[in-house]
Design a protein around this ligand. Structure first.
Ligand code: ATP
Length: 559
């Protein structure tokens, strides 16, 4: 299959905003793909080369890309750089450069999707001495044989800047419609394996039957089960039917650990592969997890003096770090508190009740210095649970989780089988959709940020407030640098920003207000932290804000 056909799909996707039409385009394209290509095409359509959880990445920046295009076309690098300044879009500038290319080389071979993908793999796998040069050569070869349109989308794929408006939900629907299978089954298989390539193949070759037989696999991350809020311990206990497992809610970063013999892979909450940045945890897993093959989940916590927990931001500072890892192991020691097991030696456990899963977990873990079992109390007594809650808070933890004893593990679901109990109005995770340039000394910095929650009904982000405080000067400089490339429109001192960057925001109160279309406005919102561990789709929803508003009013009434 020619890469030009894929480029044509990108072009058509860009031209329409209609979801139904986009779904049809993607679905028709998937139908045309061979079985072999089907494993990679869903990712290419999403503008990626590998799934997020794959450790491989291209490692090509703008500079190297421009160099490759210059090599392939004979257009000087400086000219391409200047053109980017005019078009504001590297993809367009690459297309322009390719238009200028004098003639096709005599040996020119048309680009196939397979060739493009195989080259991307080679680029990702190039490492060590001379790897930049090899990457450059591979890329230049691709551009040598690319037409302007193909070049534009190659560039966007390489830099991860494809904007065709195809997200996971659309891909799910397109796979279902392409192969005449149920969307729920596609969704389920995807929640279990996080692999659209695999799911698309199963849908095509084995239909509904095959999809319903998809099981979790060691080496492919499962979407995490999530929790809803409870106002207090008593409410949680009632919701759980009178008896529940209460566990300390550790304030760290959630990880999913896959062990296969002596191979250990660790995924973050967003299912990114973070294994390499935390080698001491890998060693601890090999020591403590007694099963040959297992998938366990837990909260990774940074510990300070006397074993006291430190805020979760410390753990994030350990992730995705490529250098000074040994030094960081000393500076920010980690402790893994395991709370679930999803697979042991050939047996998937997600349909096993939680109380049994906990027993299985206890059976395969021998706790060590860095690995513990999450502290748990199974009770039907409110006072006992309340005492446990107070102790958790005194020890510096976030609060408690309450879990239904008979509940199965529901990948990707935020249901009522797990409830979290925390003392205060919790902070919100919101996405930045706009900003204002500062004044005077800060005129070159973005200063005040329009933040939005997600509205699942419309699929849009709706603003709930403007955050201007809580930032240091360094924060502002960093945010300006991060957000500038995401600006989609400027009007006076106001800019509109592509929703990508998620921040945690605290506030005094949620107010009902006609000011924003969401109907809510945050009173005294204040920046707390950058949430690199969350994607825009994972920000708090407008329903969640409505729910928090209810809590707030209820608490007010009690006071
Ligand atoms: P938060 O920002 O509060 O961590 P979240 O959206 O990441 O929320 P929730 O479903 O709201 O996730 O809360 C559950 C989270 O709490 C888990 O994802 C996990 O990271 C963390 N956690 C800490 N201790 C436990 C525990 N014992 N059991 C389950 N989750 C725990």
């Amino acid at each position: 299959m020619k890469y030009a056909e894929l480029a044509d799909l990108y072009r058509r996707l860009e031209k329409t905003t209609l979801k139904t039409l986009k779904t049809r385009f993607v679905s028709d394209f998937l139908k045309k793909a061979s079985d072999e290509l089907l494993e990679i095409i869903p990712y290419l359509i999403l503008g990626k080369v590998f799934p997020d959880w794959d450790e491989r990445e291209l490692g090509v920046g703008e500079k190297l890309l421009i160099k490759a295009v210059s090599m392939a076309t004979g257009v000087p690098e400086r000219e391409i750089e200047n053109s980017v300044r005019d078009t504001g879009d590297l993809g367009e500038s690459v297309a322009l450069a390719l238009k200028k290319k004098r003639q096709k080389s005599f040996f020119s071979q048309p680009l196939t999707i397979k060739r493009v993908y195989d080259t991307f793999v080679k680029i990702a796998e190039a490492s060590g001495q001379g790897s930049q040069d090899r990457k450059l050569k591979y890329l230049a070869n691709l551009f040598m044989d690319a037409g302007p349109e193909e070049g534009k989308y190659l560039a966007r794929t390489v830099l991860g800047t494809m904007r065709t408006g195809v997200a996971e939900g659309l891909m799910r629907d397109a796979i279902a419609s392409a192969f005449g299978v149920k969307a729920e089954l596609v969704e389920r298989a995807y929640m279990l394996t996080s692999d659209f390539g695999y799911v698309a193949r199963v849908a095509k070759l084995e239909g509904n039957d095959g999809l319903s037989k998809v099981r979790i696999q060691v080496g492919k991350p499962i979407r995490p089960m999530l929790a809803q809020n409870a106002a207090n311990v008593k409410e949680a206990l009632t919701e759980m039917g009178g008896k529940a497992a209460f566990e300390i809610k550790y304030d760290g970063a959630r990880v999913q650990v896959h062990k296969d013999g002596d191979r250990v892979v660790i995924y973050s909450r967003r299912l990114e592969n973070v294994t390499k940045s935390i080698p001491e945890v890998v060693d601890a897993v090999l020591e403590s997890v007694k099963a040959e093959k297992a998938i366990v989940e837990g909260e990774l916590v940074a510990v300070g003096d006397g074993g006291k927990p430190r805020p979760f931001q410390y753990v994030l500072r350990r992730f995705r770090r490529k250098y000074n890892i040994e030094e960081m192991i000393e500076k920010i020691p980690l402790e893994l508190n395991l709370f679930d097991v999803l697979y042991v030696d050939g047996e998937g456990l997600i349909d096993t009740p939680f109380s049994e899963r906990r027993e299985r977990l206890e059976g395969i873990i021998s706790p060590g210095e860095r690995i513990r079992l999450a502290e748990q109390l199974v009770t039907d007594n409110v006072d006992e649970a309340e005492t446990f809650y107070q102790r958790a808070l005194e020890l510096g933890h976030e609060g408690l989780m309450a879990k239904r004893l008979d509940s199965v593990y529901e990948p990707g679901n935020r249901g009522k089988k797990w409830l979290k109990i925390k003392p205060t109005m919790e902070d919100l995770d919101l996405v930045i959709i706009g900003a204002e340039w500062g004044e005077g000394r800060r005129a070159h910095l973005l200063g005040s940020f329009l933040v939005a929650a997600f509205d699942p009904h419309s699929g849009e982000f709706v603003p709930v407030g403007k955050v201007g405080s809580g930032f240091t000067d360094e924060d502002l400089a960093e945010f300006t640098k991060m957000l500038k490339p995401l600006i989609v429109r400027e009007e006076g001192k106001y800019v509109e920003i592509e929703p990508k960057v998620v921040i945690q925001v605290t506030y005094q109160e949620i107010q009902k207000s006609p000011k924003y279309e969401s109907g809510f406005a945050l009173r005294f919102p204040r920046y707390v932290a950058l949430r690199e561990d969350k994607s825009p789709e994972e920000v708090d929803t407008i329903e969640r804000i409505a729910q928090l508003y209810e809590f707030q009013e209820r608490f007010k009434a009690k006071r």
